[in-house]
Design a protein around this ligand. Structure first.
Ligand SMILES: [Zn+2]
Length: 98
């Protein structure tokens, strides 16, 4: 089970990113990388069409989920109940998924 999903709010905790310490919403998760909306914008050249601005990936180990209950960046725990697995905030214990 993935600890970070699209739609999560994450904070960039470490790494050489200009956006360190900022929060954003995950758009896409790919293997060990996440794309966060409006974070790490890079300009990409399009043939004959100038440039587009796009998100560059961030290593998943450099971000933490911001808990919607306690509003703090937290590690994610996985709990199991009635055969269902769900993600919980390690700080306050709140469920991260509705
Ligand atoms: Zn929490």
């Amino acid at each position: 089970m993935r600890k970070i999903k699209s739609g999560d709010t994450v904070m960039i905790m470490r790494g050489r990113y200009q956006e360190k310490g900022k929060t954003g919403v995950v758009e896409r998760v790919e293997d060990q990388r996440v794309y966060v909306k409006w974070m790490r914008i890079v300009k990409k050249a399009l043939k004959g069409k100038g440039f587009v601005e796009k998100e560059a990936p961030i290593d998943i180990s450099n971000v933490m989920v911001v808990c919607p209950s306690c509003k703090k960046p937290t590690r994610v725990g996985i709990e199991q109940k009635d055969g269902k697995r769900y993600r919980v905030c390690k700080k306050c214990g709140a469920k991260l998924d509705k």
